[in-house]
Design a binder for this molecule. Structure first.
Ligand code: UGA
Length: 434
């Protein structure tokens, strides 16, 4: 099939590359010429494990192309994906100007029937707004489909190639047929393509992300309670998650959810509910709890140091909002850094992929180490904010030698509590005894 993908951000690039991988002809469009030129030369602008191999292969095979020319890109395309940003606007609601602007540009260029698919996370009713743009601006028949993306950063290729489900919102039989054909190679294992109307599909995406954020937040509250009653959240998590109705995944307590999706989507769903005069109370609680959870480590440190961390030096392992990504958007580490610096502490951080982005954002407000052990040199304590694999089984002897004091505040519960106690560390984690 011939596909155009408008927008080469995270979702656009993964979508375009993975659609080319099953033999489609894909052309990706972006307005930033420099970025397009780099991609034409095989430079992948994001870090995502496994994507580079597919990216190179499909460019080489001429199935994946890049352009700044929208007219050229959509001319032969049967399906046009809109993978444009929907950042929170000034009022916290998703800003649709990129999506609707692109729809208008496409409408002025189409000559024959197209299926236009919204891949970005968009509020309920957006497909109708996109349809209206086409109706106003062209006489050519265009079907607008909602097809939300459920991939996770860090495992995006796997999630796209083998999705648990594909959700397609359309009432057009034509569009349904094309989408079914396009996605057939991805659901060969028997996972479903679920067809529904556009509004249900749009809401499915927000509901899924908000539910997952709620699940994590619930467990974070259970963890906080565990600390007070003397229970171990790891045990509680296993006991609870073994019930199939609850499930084991997304029950790991920590220092709050971050990233470019959960915070934005929970807020957008809560706010858009208000437009329909519905008070989505549980989401307000989720946002509130998550905000304080992000500072849980600082709270624990302030208790330990009796409110005074001035002049103290802390090693920080982990900056990215989660492992296997360089994405630092809404990363809990950033909140921890700000609070500790404000309180007069010094921070030396190490992250396998996220340091460049933090350096750009925070300049020399903190220092960066070449490796995880260098960060520990002379530090009063180690803080762990991201569960990178390399932090899971460290050389405890080196840790002991480099740290000034054997103190660890672990926001991701990486180590066995009893082992840390046996090794003589003061080890403060989430939802477990100190
Ligand atoms: C999330 C969803 O999982 C994807 O299905 C969705 O497509 C994506 O948002 C999106 O809307 O684009 P992502 O933000 O990449 O994916 O990351 P997740 O793996 O879901 O993690 C989100 C946050 O929750 C991270 O800060 C992570 O540390 C935290 N988390 C996750 C926990 O604190 N505990 C858990 O058990 C799981």
């Amino acid at each position: 099939m011939k596909i155009a993908v408008i927008g080469t951000g995270y979702v656009g690039l993964v979508t375009g590359t993975c659609l080319a991988e099953t033999g489609n002809d894909v052309i990706c469009v972006d307005i930033v010429e420099e970025k397009v030129n780099k991609m034409k030369n095989g430079e992948l602008p994001i870090y995502e494990p496994g994507l580079d191999v597919l990216f190179d292969r499909n460019i080489e095979q001429n199935r994946l192309k890049f352009t700044t020319n929208l007219a050229e890109a959509i001319e032969d395309a049967q399906i046009i994906f809109l993978a444009l940003p929907t950042p929170p606007g000034g009022d916290g609601r998703a800003d649709l100007s990129y999506v609707l602007g692109a729809a208008k540009d496409i409408a002025s260029l189409v000559k024959d029937y197209k299926v236009v698919v919204t891949k970005s996370t968009v509020p309920v009713g957006t497909a109708d707004k996109v349809k209206a743009v086409f109706k106003e601006n062209t006489l050519v028949e265009v079907d607008v489909v909602s097809n939300p993306e459920f991939l996770r950063e860090g495992v995006a290729v796997d999630d796209f190639m083998k999705p648990d489900r594909v959700v397609v919102g359309t009432r057009s039989e034509n569009a349904k047929k094309l989408m079914e054909e396009l996605y057939a190679p991805y659901v060969r294992s028997g996972n479903p393509i679920i067809f529904m109307d556009e509004r249900s599909s749009e809401l499915t995406k927000y509901a899924a992300n908000s539910f997952l954020a709620t699940k994590i937040t619930f467990m974070n509250e259970v963890a906080n309670l565990c600390e007070l009653v003397g229970a171990d959240v790891d045990m509680v998590r296993k006991g609870v998650g073994s019930d199939d109705r609850i499930g084991k995944r997304f029950l790991f307590p920590g220092i709050g959810y971050g990233g470019s999706c959960f915070p934005k989507d929970v807020q957008a769903l809560a706010l858009s509910s208000e437009e329909y005069n519905y008070d989505f109370r549980i989401l307000k609680a989720v946002m509130d709890v998550n905000q304080s959870q992000k500072l849980k480590i600082v709270e624990k440190m302030m208790n330990y140091y009796k409110g005074d961390v001035k002049g103290k030096k802390f090693a920080l392992w982990g900056l990215a909002f989660k492992p296997e990504t360089d994405d630092i958007r809404e990363a809990p580490a950033l909140y921890i850094i700000d609070e500790l610096i404000k309180a007069g502490a010094e921070i030396v951080a190490y992250d396998p992929e996220g340091m460049e982005n933090v350096r750009k954002l925070k300049g020399d407000a903190l220092a960066f180490a070449d490796n995880q052990y260098q960060a520990l040199e002379g530090a009063d304590a180690l803080i762990i904010a991201t569960e990178w694999q390399v932090f899971r089984n460290p050389d405890f002897k080196q840790m002991e030698e480099k740290l000034k004091a054997k103190v660890v505040f672990d926001g991701r519960n990486l180590y066995d509590l009893h082992r840390m106690i046996d090794l003589g560390f003061y080890y403060n984690s989430i939802g477990r005894a100190e």
